[in-house]
Design a protein around this ligand. Structure first.
Ligand code: HEM
Ligand SMILES: [Cu+2]
Length: 561
């Protein structure tokens, strides 16, 4: 590996040879005590990969069970525990940290021209907090699991459930602090450590997205923490919080939970929007259409996202007036998402699009996120929601957004920045193949769920009327295809790590400060802090004809015009 470092050391400064962050210390200890944001990003990546596969195995068993209308392999209890395990692990230990904690940690300082995040030690501590939370939840799993679903609804979780609610809820409570610490770190970093000339209107959209996500993390996560503590207080100390027979209010929990968890869905999707903005610009070789609009849309989603939690409670008995207001606001939050979809489409329409693997994953995001968003509008209309609430329609909706959207974007970003992270190229053919199989497998799994949900198949049941079997079987086969598609990157990316050809500093000819340093970057990110003279995405400076002056400073920075 050490030749990599020497080879990738740049010749801009004659004689300067800087070891890459990967070879700056080889021992396990050097990794576990690192304060380098890039290494911490990799520590997170390893951790969430483990959880992704734990969650995947759990849902594999669930889908196997659902092949047969009478149930086949699991007990009722076992079924409940497996789908809960799946949801808890995937949402709290995979999706929430996925893009921000891995790609975000790796990229944020590089993209703004900084040497590290504002609080490097806090960054490492966040990873350890995550690990401690994960240990609690793993304990809950090993001790027999938890059966409350990922939402921990009371009074079931606080009074009735006979499973390991305490350990699981504590685990989620603890990872919340990791999320908050990361958020604080990113906000401070973005405010304080931007390179000279990196004004707010020159920030890449990925940085804007991480910034907005961080605000949501810092403001919303404490509410989740509080609601989990309240469950524990009722369950173990008998405080009459949610139990109506003691004067508690079971709806209170849902309000608290969704006040966090609706914004949390944007913690999962805003960073995805950031990633695909970068990828679209690069592979359409064009600046993102309507940059300022995109920034406003990101911030609007982050803010208005706090006002719509009640749309999860249309049938809970909240007042009709509240329902109408939440329905209206939900339609309002769809507007900025629609603006983004429109602007991405316009970017592609006016660009010279090529279909490298990151682009295929990003296009997958665009299609699937759009379906997820549109079905969100169905759910936001009260009459339709009353019909499909707690059915597979809802399951399909949020998987289109959270898996079709966020996970596709995560893969888009992982492939796009892989050469930067590792200094190696992967097999383009295998990567394209995996992207296509993932898209097909995803649709095979979740499209039938819209149909059966509309037909009345409730979520979370494992014994069901015969008429739904055909959809369940298609969905299970899809899940198998999807699982194989997820295994492929593990193989070809692993291969690339060992045998991949050297990537060079900027294999995609991309703009952005992270591409101006070596691949993999040196420990200090840049040999000299770059100076920024222009906005992001100058793929075709000539296209911006009247503004041709912009072209020069860019060349002065050593970027390709
Ligand atoms: C942008 C990203 C989005 C994500 C990540 C997302 C995610 C989710 C999740 C996880 C659930 C299910 C929660 C559960 O009960 O387990 C859900 C339900 C729901 N979503 Fe979305 N959603 C998004 C966008 C939207 C939009 C744009 C709308 C409406 C304009 C919307 C409306 C709804 C409604 C009304 C429900 C509740 C359905 C019910 O339980 O009856 N969603 N969403
Ligand atoms: Cu919501």
């Amino acid at each position: 590996m050490s030749e990599t470092a020497i080879e990738s050391a740049r010749d801009e400064e004659p004689g300067a040879v800087t070891a890459s962050y990967l070879v700056a210390g080889h021992t396990l200890k050097s990794w576990l005590t690192t304060t380098d944001h890039k290494r911490i990003g990799i520590l997170y990546a390893l951790a969430i990969t483990v959880f992704f596969f734990i969650g995947g195995i759990a849902i594999g068993l669930v889908r196997l069970e659902l092949m047969n209308p009478k149930g086949a392999i699991l007990s009722d209890e076992g079924y409940n525990r497996l789908f809960s395990l799946h949801g808890i692990v995937m949402v709290w230990f995979f999706l929430v940290p996925s893009i921000p904690a891995t790609l975000g940690n790796f990229l944020l300082p590089l993209m703004i021209g900084a040497r590290d995040v504002a609080f490097p030690r806090l960054n490492l501590i966040s990873w350890y907090i995550y690990a401690v939370g994960a240990a609690f939840t793993c304990y809950a799993i090993v001790a027999g699991g938890v059966d409350t679903g990922w939402t921990f609804y009371t009074p079931y979780s606080s009074l009735y459930s006979n499973s390991n609610v305490l350990a699981a809820a504590l685990g989620v409570f603890i990872v919340g602090f990791s999320s908050i610490a990361t958020g604080v770190n990113f906000i401070t970093t973005t405010h304080m450590l931007r390179a000279p000339g990196m004004t707010w209107s020159r920030l890449p959209l990925m940085v804007w997205a991480l910034y907005a996500t961080s605000i949501v993390m810092v403001l919303a996560t404490p509410v989740l923490a509080m609601s989990l503590l309240l469950i524990i207080a009722e369950r173990y100390f008998g405080l009459p919080l949610f139990n109506p027979s003691e004067g508690g209010d079971p709806l209170l929990f849902q309000h608290l939970f969704w006040f966090y968890s609706h914004p949390a869905v944007y913690i999962m999707v805003l960073p995805a929007m950031g990633v695909v903005s970068e990828v679209f610009a690069c592979f359409a070789r064009r600046r993102v259409f309507g940059y300022i609009m995109m920034v406003y849309a990101i911030m609007a989603i982050a803010i208005v996202g706090f006002l719509v939690w009640g749309h999860h409670m249309f049938v809970s008995g909240e007042s009709q007036y509240a329902n109408v207001v939440f329905s209206f606001l939900s339609f309002a939050v769809a507007v900025p998402s629609a603006i983004k979809v429109f602007n991405w489409t316009a970017t592609l329409h006016r660009g010279q699009v090529t279909f490298e693997a990151p682009m295929l994953y990003a296009l997958g995001f665009l299609g699937l996120f759009t379906i997820g968003g549109l079905t969100g509008l169905f759910l936001a209309s009260i009459p339709i929601d009353v019909h499909v609430t707690d059915t597979y329609f809802v399951v399909a909706h949020f998987h289109y957004i959270m898996v079709g959207g966020s996970v596709s974007a995560f893969f888009a970003g992982l492939h796009f920045w892989w050469p930067k992270i590792t200094g190696r190229l992967y097999s383009e053919a295998w990567a394209r193949f995996a992207a296509i199989v993932m898209f097909l497998g995803f649709n095979t799994t979740f499209l039938p769920q819209f149909i059966m949900g509309y037909g009345g198949m409730p979520r979370r049941y494992h014994v069901y009327p015969q008429e739904f079997q055909v959809y369940h079987v298609i969905s299970s086969v899809g899940a198998l295809i999807l699982l194989s598609a997820y295994l492929l990157p593990l193989i070809y990316l692993g291969w690339s790590l060992l045998y991949g050809t050297r990537a060079g500093d900027n294999p995609w000819d991309a703009t952005g400060l992270e591409w101006q340093t070596s691949s993999p970057p040196p420990k200090e990110n840049f040999e000299e802090i770059p100076v920024v003279n222009a906005g992001p995405y100058h793929y075709h400076p000539a296209e911006e004809a009247p503004d041709a002056a912009r072209r020069e400073p860019q060349e002065a920075q050593g970027r390709k015009p």
